[in-house]
Design a protein around this ligand. Structure first.
Ligand code: ATP
Ligand code: MG
Length: 439
């Protein structure tokens, strides 16, 4: 089953509204085994809507449209559909009566403009709108024979659904009156998905590990494994497409196990789990952290408190977060957490000895079991040949030892600060796991 999703509206093509309808519809389709092969977006011009419909029809079993079925002059989806079908618009008397009743109940006169909402192309059927005045329209369109045969495996006819653009109305209509048709035609295929998150290694290094382990990212593998990057987090997207939900779940679990075997503890979480939430979960459970609660302190320079923010994003963080020092200037590093002035003079503020002294100082001052320290050059200025912008030293003092590492992060100021805070969380995560950092 192939579907194309068509979103209609000037506000979408002008970039004023983000097209959330297509993403939502795609996810619903995937759950019943229907593949959305294209997302199309056009403005409110009838000729553009018409050509989008004409182009899409021979390529899919279902064309799912939203937008442009309101009562105003810029709502032209029904006219475009009528033109593609080569049919006149005709009045649906029952829906007209519903509209008149709707306005009578509101005690408002019905604008003559609203009567267009009861018009459907001959041969098409109206779809009831239970939450608004814009009824949907559905029709079956034959793909012309020459085009259908020129493309291998494409359907000969396409069922088109036109729904309102308003996301709330669209979702109700889709669930009630569109999805059941797709499901009935779908032959029962099910797509189950899972996302696994990693932090610390680049996307291509992650891909190399997956390739080395049974070529997990091979294009035609089922379940498929793909990678995406967002805010430094490299995520694996697993999609399993099988005839039954049971089989899809089994295969998805097996592929997840293979990914975990390839990447080990580099995977910190899945689906909606965030890195701070995972670290918080470890701190809630860790015997040492519980005995020493609250067990964590921070000393931050270039991140200005971002690490403390991440640590306190989690409800219940007072059980593990003791305090944070924002020691932006050298003087503050010395006065608040006892970093020796000579050390700063000798090595510079962005150096491993200073990061180490910050972590030890914060640990000692606060009495926390674990102290994380970050000092670096977030840019855009301040870089040198030996310490370019993005150079960040991160230290973790734990009861047994202090570890310190230097990283060079790429990107702008915001990205460098974000990656620094996430890397500090990652060092703490591996400490709590009792495992060496794998990169
Ligand atoms: P009607 O819903 O009355 O048939 P319409 O579908 O064209 O008409 P609009 O008035 O153009 O509706 O849009 C209604 C609201 O829905 C607007 O706020 C618009 O930004 C939003 N909207 C429309 N399409 C989408 C979409 N694809 N994704 C997210 N929001 C959308
Ligand atoms: Mg519109």
């Amino acid at each position: 089953m192939r579907a194309i999703i068509l979103s209609i509206g000037d506000e979408l093509t002008l970039g004023q509204t983000v097209d959330t309808n297509s993403a939502w519809i795609s996810r619903q389709l995937a759950a019943v085994g229907c593949n959305a092969v294209r997302h199309l977006t056009v403005g409110d011009a009838q000729s553009d809507i018409e050509s989008a419909i004409r182009d899409a029809v021979p390529l899919c079993d279902f064309l799912i449209c939203s937008g442009g079925i309101g009562p105003t002059e810029d709502d032209l989806t029904r006219q475009a559909l009528a033109a593609v079908m080569g049919m006149e618009l005709e009045l649906d008397a029952a829906w007209m009566a519903r509209l008149e009743e709707f306005f009578r109940k509101l005690n408002r006169p019905m604008s003559p403009l609203n009567s267009i909402q009861a018009m459907v192309p001959r041969g098409a059927t109206l779809i009831e709108n239970t939450v608004g005045t814009a009824a949907g329209i559905t029709a079956t369109i034959q793909a012309s024979a020459d085009r259908a045969t020129s493309l291998h495996g494409v359907p000969l006819e396409c069922r088109i659904f036109c729904m309102p653009g308003v996301p709330k109305e669209m979702k109700v209509m889709f669930t009630r009156d569109v999805l059941p048709h797709v499901q009935a035609a779908g032959g029962g295929a099910v797509i189950l998905s899972r996302t696994l998150h990693t932090f610390g290694m680049g996307e291509s290094n992650v891909a190399d590990l997956l390739k080395a382990h049974g070529d997990l990212m091979q294009r035609d593998r089922n379940p498929s494994v793909g990678t995406t990057v967002s805010e430094g987090v490299v995520s694996l997207r697993l999609n399993a497409r099988f005839p039954s939900a049971d089989q899809a779940a089994r295969e998805l679990n097996a592929t997840e196990a293979s990914c975990r075997a390839a990447l080990g503890d580099l995977i910190y979480g899945q689906d909606h789990q965030t890195l701070p939430a995972v670290v918080a979960g470890l701190l809630f459970e860790d015997p040492l952290a519980r005995k020493w609660a609250p067990a964590v302190a921070t000393a931050e320079s270039c991140t200005g408190g971002l690490l403390a923010k991440y640590l306190t994003d989690i409800p219940g963080s007072s059980r593990y977060f003791r305090q944070g020092y924002i020691t932006y200037q050298n003087e503050a590093k010395t006065n608040l957490i006892g970093v020796p002035a000579e050390l700063l003079a000798e090595h510079g503020a962005v150096s491993e000895p200073v990061a180490e002294a910050m972590a030890k100082g914060a640990q000692c001052q606060s009495g926390a079991a674990f102290a994380l320290a970050i000092t670096g050059i977030a840019g855009p200025g301040g870089g040198t040949l030996t310490k370019p912008v993005g150079t960040v030293c991160i230290a973790l003092a734990s009861p047994q030892r202090v570890q310190v590492r230097t990283f060079v992060f790429s990107g702008d100021r915001e990205m460098i600060r974000d990656r620094s805070a996430k890397m500090a969380l990652t060092l703490l995560r591996f400490q709590l796991l009792g495992k060496p950092v794998p990169f």
